[in-house]
Design a protein around this ligand. Structure first.
Ligand SMILES: [Zn+2]
Length: 431
């Protein structure tokens, strides 16, 4: 509540005037004085930079004096003691989930909370993400909350609530009996965390329904039941037949959307790559040959390390998955697999762990801080097909910016302490 009132004070002008979509009222340009700029694309840090913002978008970026000369009457925001970066992008979130280490925690949410209640928490989560500097989320399914991610997105876009930009996946898909909630009691039908899909016609129909109701992405579960063979390869049971998976992905692409597959074991990853997906989610069991296919076919990897570490108390195969993924990460880096930052927040509580922890793991796993930053900005924007709008500080793009007081290239954990957040030219946090 305290944070919200601070926010409303900051927003006083712009938010009060909103309620209509982005075509915002004319306001004077904003000049940001950036002490240091990490622009999301260049490997170089620039100093004493001016960023000129007109409405929602960046008009100019360059040496402070020359940019200032372009708009002498601009309103100045002084970040000359800070490092400015593009707004972060988390490519794997669940706005409608509040953490589920155990089956019980998952079932309680689907059985004992209404979808409206869950959507209210989803709106809160979008604000938490924004205040942590994540100006964009690719939300990869609602876990039984139907199309409520689209509702959160609408409310944010209309200025009704503060929150990140949302790319929504709606319900996700798995075949009958291959996704919770399951029960031995066949007399009752329980809700499922996904849309149940069997057969190629049903697959195409499900994609059409989800797109009709606002899906920007289509997500499906490629595998389950993970196990190691003595050669240390992680295997899994594949959910869809190749024909079904191809139907999902083909229909997705035919409708101008992209497909993401949950795939943890090597069998599930291989099946998803055969189907032609755009991103592999989790991907713990990636082998060298699967990585080669990803590089060849321009498939992105979204590792979600934070959730892996968080769910280790589940025991079983989970702790070994974290170690396996760490080794895969180093190999993927060397092979040039495109790694887009994603956390699986919602699988861990939004209120307890800052999503920016993921940057820290990537550096621990072998990225330079600059590579990690690009993973969560320009690379993720490319995964989304939004290079012209998001993921960098450059003319023409949305004015989505964060600032930190320290040097994130020396200490990546600085990204967990953002002091300033702007989205679309509006300031949401300023400390
Ligand atoms: Zn997930």
């Amino acid at each position: 509540m305290r944070r919200l009132s601070l926010l409303l004070t900051i927003l006083a002008g712009p938010l009060a005037a909103q309620g209509t979509p982005p075509a915002s009222p004319p306001s004077p340009p904003i000049l940001i004085k950036a002490g240091r700029l990490v622009d999301g694309r260049s490997a170089q840090v620039q100093t004493n930079v001016g960023i000129l913002i007109d409405g929602e978008r960046i008009r100019a970026v360059g040496p402070l004096a020359s940019v200032q000369a372009q708009a002498p009457n601009a309103r100045v925001i002084d970040l000359s003691q800070m490092t400015v970066l593009p707004g972060f992008i988390d490519a794997h979130t669940h706005l409608l989930l509040q953490g589920d280490i155990t089956n019980q925690e998952y079932e309680d949410q689907l059985l004992k909370e209404s979808i409206p209640y869950r959507a209210i928490l989803g709106a809160r989560n979008a604000r938490i993400a924004l205040e942590h500097g994540f100006t964009t989320l690719r939300d990869v399914e609602t876990e039984g909350a139907m199309y409520a991610d689209v509702d959160v997105k609408l409310a944010v876009n209309r200025g009704e609530v503060p929150g990140s930009r949302v790319f929504a996946s709606t319900r996700a898909m798995a075949p009958t009996g291959m996704y919770p909630i399951g029960t031995p009691n066949w007399e009752i039908e329980l809700p499922h965390g996904v849309q149940t899909v069997d057969g190629v016609d049903n697959a195409r129909l499900a994609v059409r329904e989800q797109v009709q109701h606002g899906a920007d992405w289509i997500k499906y579960y490629s595998d389950r039941r993970y196990f190691f063979t003595p050669d240390s390869v992680l295997h899994s049971w594949v959910n869809f037949t190749d024909e079904e998976a191809r139907a999902i992905v083909d229909e997705t692409h035919r409708l101008g959307r992209k497909a993401a597959a949950h795939a943890i074991g090597s069998d599930g990853i291989a099946a998803a790559l055969r189907a032609g997906v755009n991103s592999i989610e989790h991907g713990d069991g990636l082998t060298d040959s699967l990585m080669d296919v990803m590089v060849r076919n321009n498939v992105y990897w979204v590792p979600t390390v934070t959730v892996g570490v968080h769910v280790m108390p589940r025991g079983g195969v989970w702790p070994a998955l974290v170690a396996l993924e760490r080794r895969a990460f180093g190999r993927a880096l060397r092979k040039g697999v495109k790694i887009a930052l994603g956390t699986d927040v919602g699988g861990f509580p939004w209120t307890e762990i800052n999503q920016a922890k993921e940057f820290e793991y990537y550096v621990q796993y072998g990225m330079t801080p600059m590579q990690a930053i690009q993973s969560g900005t320009s690379v993720a924007a490319a995964l989304l097909g939004q290079e012209q709008n998001l993921g960098a500080v450059a003319p023409g793009l949305y004015a989505d910016l964060v600032a930190v007081s320290g040097d994130p290239l020396r200490d990546i954990t600085e990204l967990q302490r953002v002091k300033f957040v702007m989205k679309g030219g509006t300031v949401y946090l300023s400390q």
